[in-house]
Design a protein around this ligand. Structure first.
Ligand SMILES: Cc1cc2nc3c(=O)[nH]c(=O)nc-3n(C[C@H](O)[C@H](O)[C@H](O)COP(=O)(O)O)c2cc1C
Ligand SMILES: [Mn+2]
Length: 551
């Protein structure tokens, strides 16, 4: 690895010299602050040698994501662009598979255990803070402006991600801001933008995505829709911009809630939109009524090229603003683990679904996980649940499959009991193999919210409709009192062994265990109420089964 050099942290925080304690110094201000902190926890690699933006940077991102540890990579030189009008730098593998960098953005200690991080994020999602508007003079993004007549995207170092992509993609790890034409709230969405010519880009939007709904309603009134796209920005905005938050509340409020202070926004110059004041590189534009142009294909989160080239809204660029030596934030879509969204979806999406379930007042949820290997975290949701009543698991499965945070794409929804850690696939598979009776415990939902990017439905025209399997891998509720008893260690024995772990020369540290024999002390599980008659019937049935072979 090359040596990592300190990026120019634009706004040093007081007390940031103590490396180990760096994440504790208060809300991250902008991308440069984020980079300094990633560096401080040893997770930033700076490459100063010239690297090609056409396929080379993305290839490095793909490969570095397959290494452990897997640092974020900042390229300071794009090959062939040393004389370009803007000295664009490029950040790749922003989070990659690193839960530590995700924790950093969530303003949590880098070594927080995964399930704990999901739980804290879920709680933070309940906290909304309205953004704070600052003056243009206080916004570092206005260090440089390129007016409409001078914009030429072809002179900028804009990457090609995959060999068969339909073009160069400038916005990927981005934050695209639009205003709802009816309610006026500001949406932040992470959407890809392909260069179409010197001053136009595409804006790809799957059905049901908020900016697409805004465009549709603006066009219905015969109006153009203004847009601001931050192509280089504090990656927290990608975290919130890629979750399905309520359609009438700004993601900026959730970003503030996560930061613990309002985000600083500045007014655009060509519209009344607001965007992060310390963004690196920002494009203002307008989507005129019915302006569409063929876009794609693009190597997607599924690990496939999404679908053939198709019409998509066209953005006419009306101004560009950028900091000095701006940094473009790039997000590679790929198979696991190289898909930029995989790692952070496993935290944010699980947290969002959990939050949605809590808002509905569903009890007993102990954890929710979107497994990163399942199509960038979109493909599978696992819910750990303390069953409290008949039908509880089935209710949770149906809701988790359809709540706003979890409905899009997801194909596999799995419920497990509370003694299973949903972030540990080995435990989940054990539950699926021992507590699920496929002929009785799997339900299918049809014609659900999905995307043309799903390769499994053909021909492509029918692709937007998905389907979902609800897999109940909880112990069958009806027979909880008599369900085969799991082999568990006695807590006193575990404690004794743990206490002598080192003395006995046992390897590594003591594994964490969730369930002990003494917890339930051989009695019926605490969460189940069965009336005596039902209980007797269950015991009789179980007894009859056991006796059978002896006859
Ligand atoms: C890096 C990245 C790129 C994405 N690109 C797109 C895209 O081009 N089009 C799209 O519809 N969704 C895309 N998504 C998914 C959306 O960001 C996500 O569904 C989000 O909920 C959209 O915001 P909205 O709910 O405000 O519409 C992308 C997600 C990530 C993480
Ligand atoms: Mn939204």
């Amino acid at each position: 690895m090359e040596t990592a050099s300190v990026p120019d942290a634009g706004h040093p925080h007081p007390g940031t010299t103590k490396k180990a304690a760096r994440w504790t110094v208060g809300p991250i201000r902008d991308l440069r602050d984020w980079l300094a902190r990633a560096q401080a926890i040893g997770e930033l690699l700076t490459v100063d040698k010239a690297v090609d933006v056409e396929e080379e940077m993305s290839a490095i991102s793909y490969l570095v994501a397959r290494r452990t540890p897997s640092p974020a990579v900042l390229f300071t030189k794009a090959k062939g662009f040393d004389k370009g009008p803007v000295n664009l730098r490029h950040l790749w593998n922003i989070y990659g598979p690193s839960v530590r960098r995700i924790a950093l953005s969530l303003e949590e200690p880098p070594d927080t255990p995964t399930i704990e991080l999901i739980s804290r994020t879920k709680d933070k999602m309940k906290r909304r803070l309205a953004p704070r508007e600052v003056k243009a003079s206080q916004a570092s993004v206005y260090e440089n402006t390129i007016p409409a007549g001078k914009v030429d995207l072809r002179k900028l170092a804009i990457p090609r991600h995959w060999p068969l992509d339909g073009g160069l993609y400038a916005g990927t790890g981005d934050a695209v801001i639009t205003r709802d034409p009816d309610t006026g709230y500001l949406n932040v969405g992470t959407y890809r933008m392909m260069v179409q010519d010197g001053n136009h880009t595409g804006l790809y939007l799957s059905p049901g995505k908020d900016a697409r709904l805004h465009i549709t309603r603006a066009w219905a009134k015969g109006e153009a829709l203004p847009v601001v796209a931050c192509w280089g920005v504090d990656p927290l905005f990608m975290l919130v911009g890629s979750q399905a938050f309520a359609k009438n509340v700004s993601e900026f409020e959730f970003a503030g809630g996560i930061k613990g202070e309002p985000v600083r926004l500045v007014k655009a110059t060509q519209s009344d939109l607001l965007f992060p004041a310390d963004a690196e590189f920002v494009v203002e534009g307008v989507i005129r009524p019915n302006a569409m142009k063929a876009e794609g294909p693009f190597g997607e989160f599924t690990g496939y090229y999404g679908k053939p080239e198709a019409l998509c809204p066209l953005v006419e660029i009306t101004a560009i603003h950028h900091r000095n030596d701006p940094i473009l934030t790039n997000a590679l879509m790929a198979d696991y683990p190289s898909c930029e969204q995989s790692g952070f979806f496993s935290i944010l999406r699980g947290a969002k679904i959990w939050d949605d379930l809590e808002k509905l007042g569903v009890p007993g949820v102990r954890g929710v996980y979107s497994h990163p290997a399942a199509a960038g975290g979109f493909g599978m949701t696992i819910i750990s649940l303390e069953q409290q009543y008949a039908g509880h698991a089935s209710q949770v499965l149906s809701l988790a499959a359809q709540v706003p945070g979890g409905a899009y794409y997801t194909k596999w929804i799995v419920a497990v009991d509370e003694d299973i850690d949903p972030t540990d696939m080995d435990q989940v598979l054990w539950a699926m193999a021992t507590r699920c009776h496929p002929s009785a415990d799997i339900d299918i939902l049809r014609s659900t919210w999905s995307t043309g990017l799903d390769p499994t439905q053909n021909p492509p025209e029918v692709r937007p409709y998905g389907s979902k399997a609800l897999i109940n891998a909880c112990m069958e509720h009806r027979y909880l009192p008599t369900f085969s008893k799991r082999t568990k260690l006695r807590r006193s024995i575990y404690d004794a062994v743990a206490g002598r772990w080192g003395e006995l020369g046992l390897p590594g540290s003591v594994p964490r265990i969730l369930a002990f024999e003494d917890d339930r002390n051989g009695k019926a599980p605490k969460t189940v109420y069965h009336d005596e008659k039902a209980l007797r019937t269950a015991r009789d049935l179980a007894g009859a089964k056991r006796r059978k072979p002896r006859r």
